[in-house]
Structure formats: structure tokens, C-alpha cells
Design a protein around this ligand. Structure first.
Ligand SMILES: [Zn+2]
Length: 446
């Protein structure tokens, strides 16, 4: 057992308690007790227990990022200042098509190291069309909680080399789901991932829904209404907008996790609400690709689930959830006023709302008894942090003036994966130098 005694616990429980002088007792991978420190310490005296006294640190739930592309991490800085369709056609599709097994593994390791070091403990990740089995292997090795799925693409007019037949895409997705859905003791699950409408035939999309039914707890993960040129092409093909077309095909439901949703019309907002589909909001990516600003305050008012993700490294170029929380809040303020999307709301989008997006809210997303111990210790005593000690402004302190460098330790599934600013099992410099080497080889294959 482990007993953690921090300065504050930001619980994100239904009452949103922030606890002082409290500790949590972890048994295996579950949170067994949350009580006053003196009470729990006295109780634990007679147990075999690891006492973690951290009176200067804050304990928060592990962050959930619901839209990531680990396969793109090594392309950071190689696809800047482009709009979505050019970014895909001239950079990302050729890069992805050049991946070998070794470069895919290196890219995934690089991304996971960055995510964990920054306090992210759960991700929803979209792969490329090949080598997803290596993504699953690395997710298992790093101890990450994750949904992953290979990108499904049976059309690619802008880069025909990166696509498969409809049959092959469905077959390989199903095989991966059979092998990896609910693997690592249920920590790793499958998310079927038709890339976006322009890369999928109607037949592929419809069949994917059938597959989703065969794998209980799996998700449907896609992109939609990110960019005006994408929307124009969708309208030319379907005479409808993305979300309307998804509704027509029966793709819209509470397991539909849809990245971006920037350019939705009134009808589509109504459909998202009615079907309880999830919006995966990626503020950095939306700004960097010049895509637009999603009307998140409106979606929240409609009680549509919204969560956050860094998207891929080449359209961000960080995978830092603190950056996403801060930007999610700040970009709304010039439009909706300074009270829009406050720090507490941004923190909720990155924790409990992310858990809800993935249907994991009974297991993760908050610090409560019987939930899984996915936890982060953060240090708010850095030079760039507030000087006062008020617990009332803890959300502001975390969202507006922290970044990954404030993360001290990270626990996933009751195990420390990053402790005292060091990886327990991995060597960051080795991961980086290996990725540098693999990138050189990959670029020579294009
Ligand atoms: Zn994406």
C-alpha cells in the first residue's frame, strides 16, 4: 500500500473539494481511503505501507488527452505554417507513408515520454494505417492508459500512396481490436479511427459502426469540421456538413469522439447534443493550422461533452496539457469576455470531462474512493508560480501559470511511472537520440 500526504488534494469530485491536511491510501491500483492525514497515518502504522510525505506538493488527478497522434511526434517542426489540407498532402501523409516499424516505435516512445513527463496519464490516440501493433506494445511498456486505433483510409485523392482497400482497412482494424482491446488488464482499449470523411467511403464508415458493436467499450474516433476547405470538399461530396452526414449514416452516438468541430451549424450543434457525441477540442492545433476557434462556451452551455487534446506534435508543437488548458481558456476571452471558460472549467475539461468522453468516469478523472490511482504530484513553488498560498485560486495557479516543468511525479494504475522528475524505467536521452536516428532514415526514404 502507499500513503500519499500532500499539501492539497484537488479532488474534482462532484463537490469539487480541495482538501488540506488530508492523505490518500492506495491499495494495489485503487484509492482505498481519503481521510485526515493524522487519522490515516495512525491506521497505516501497522500495515506494510510506503509513506510518501510531500508537504510542498499538490495532488491532482492524472490528465486525460482525448486527441493525440503518437505516430507523428517525430515530425515536430517539419510541417509549420501550413493550412490543414496542404499540411496533410505535402508533409504528414508522405511522412506517415515512410514509417518503418522502427521509426514508428521511436515516434511513439518520444510522444509517450513527453506526455507522461507532463502529467498526462490517459490518451485517445489515432495511428497511421500501418504498424499499430507497435503502438500498442509501447503503450503497454510505458504503462499508459490509452485508447488507440489505426487510421482507416480507403480514399486518398491528395496522396494516393497512403490508403488501403475498404476490405483491408476493416480486416486489419478488426484484427488489432481482437488482439489489443481490453489488453494490459483493461488499461488499453481499441478506438476505431476512420481518419476523416474525405479519406473514407460511405461503406467503410458504415461497416466501422458494425465493428464498434462487436467490441464493447470501444470508441469511434475521427476528425470533422476542422477547416473551411475540408468542409467545402465534404459539401461537394455529400451536399451536407460533416455532422449531418454522420447522423445520416448512423455514426453519431455517445461513443463518437469527434476532434475539432469548429465549423458546426445550428442543426449540427443540436445533433451533437441529442446524440451525446463528444467534442475533442485542440486549441493549439486549431490556432497553428489557422483552422478557427470552436465555440466551446456554446457547446458547454448545451451540455455537450468537451475534452482537450494536443493533437499531433507537428501541428502544435507541444504535447503539454497545461498549454492546452491555458489556451482553451484564453482564446475564448476576446470573443466571449474575460469570464468565459474560467480556469476551473479548463481544469475539468482536462480531467473529469476527458474521462467522460471515454466512458471512463467511474474509474478515472477525479480523486475519489474506489477510483483507479492515476495521479500527478505538482510543485507550485517554481519561479513562474504565484507567491500566495490561497487554495481558492489553485485552479488559476495550475491552469494559468504552470507547464510540464511543474510536474514532479506521475502514477498510473497505482504504479509510479515518473518519480521525482525521473522516469522509473526509461532513459529520455536514449529515446531522443534513437528518434533522431530513425528520423534521418525516414526522411531518406521519402
Ligand atoms: Zn488529429
Amino acid at each position: 500500500m502507499k500513503l500519499i500526504s500532500p499539501k492539497y488534494i484537488v479532488t474534482v469530485n462532484p463537490r469539487r473539494d480541495i482538501l488540506h491536511n488530508h492523505s490518500i491510501l492506495i491499495d494495489e491500483n485503487y484509492i482505498k481511503k481519503i481521510e485526515l492525514t493524522e487519522v490515516l497515518k495512525a491506521e497505516a502504522q501497522n500495515e506494510i505501507c510506503d509513506f510518501i510525505d510531500v508537504p510542498n506538493l499538490i495532488l491532482i488527478p492524472g490528465f486525460v488527452q482525448t486527441h493525440i497522434h503518437l505516430c507523428q511526434t517525430m515530425f515536430r517542426g517539419l510541417a509549420d505554417d501550413l493550412e490543414l489540407l496542404d499540411w496533410l498532402q505535402y508533409k504528414i501523409f508522405p511522412f506517415e507513408a515512410a514509417h518503418s516499424k522502427d521509426s514508428m516505435r521511436a515516434s511513439v516512445q518520444l510522444g509517450l515520454a513527453e506526455l507522461i513527463r507532463g502529467g498526462t496519464t490517459t490518451i485517445l490516440d489515432m495511428g497511421s494505417i500501418n504498424h499499430s501493433e507497435l503502438v500498442f506494445e509501447e503503450l503497454q511498456k510505458f504503462g499508459m492508459r490509452a485508447f488507440h486505433g489505426k487510421a482507416m483510409m480507403d480514399i486518398n485523392e491528395i496522396f494516393p500512396k497512403l490508403k488501403e482497400s475498404t476490405k483491408q482497412s476493416l480486416k486489419s482494424s478488426e484484427e488489432l481490436a481482437r488482439r489489443f482491446h481490453n489488453s494490459a488488464g483493461g488499461r488499453i482499449k481499441y478506438a476505431f479511427a476512420p481518419r476523416f470523411l474525405l479519406s473514407c467511403t460511405d461503406g467503410l464508415l458504415k461497416e466501422t459502426i458494425e465493428l464498434l458493436r462487436d467490441f464493447s467499450g470501444s470508441l469511434f474516433h475521427t476528425h470533422a469540421s476542422e477547416n473551411k476547405n475540408e468542409l467545402k470538399a465534404v459539401r461537394e461530396r455529400t451536399n451536407m456538413n460533416n455532422i449531418e452526414f454522420f447522423e445520416n449514416l448512423g455514426l453519431l452516438h455517445d461513443r463518437s469522439c469527434i476532434a475539432h468541430c469548429i465549423w458546426l451549424n445550428e442543426n449540427e450543434i443540436g445533433l451533437m447534443k441529442k446524440r451525446e457525441a463528444r467534442v475533442l477540442h485542440c486549441p493549439s492545433s486549431n490556432l497553428k493550422l489557422g483552422s478557427g476557434i470552436a465555440n466551446i462556451p456554446r457547446y458547454l452551455k448545451e451540455e455537450i461533452n468537451v475534452s482537450l487534446g494536443a493533437d499531433g506534435a507537428p501541428c502544435n508543437n507541444f504535447l503539454d496539457i497545461f498549454v492546452e488548458m491555458r489556451l482553451a481558456s484564453l482564446i475564448q476571452k476576446p470573443i466571449h469576455g474575460p469570464k468565459a471558460l474560467d480556469a476551473k472549467t479548463a481544469f475539468e475539461l482536462a480531467t473529469i470531462e476527458g474521462a467522460k468522453a471515454l466512458h471512463l468516469e467511474n474509474q478515472i478523472g477525479s480523486i475519489e474512493i474506489d477510483k483507479i490511482a492515476d495521479l500527478v504530484l505538482i510543485d507550485l513553488n517554481q519561479i513562474h508560480n504565484s507567491l500566495d498560498d490561497a487554495k481558492e485560486s489553485l485552479y488559476s495557479k495550475i491552469v494559468y501559470s504552470c507547464d510540464h516543468s511543474n510536474v514532479d511525479s506521475v502514477m498510473i494504475d497505482g504504479k509510479w511511472v515518473y518519480k521525482d522528475r525521473q522516469f522509473v524505467k526509461h532513459d529520455l536521452m536514449k529515446i531522443r537520440s534513437n528518434a533522431e536516428w530513425e528520423l534521418k532514415k525516414l526522411l531518406s526514404r521519402i
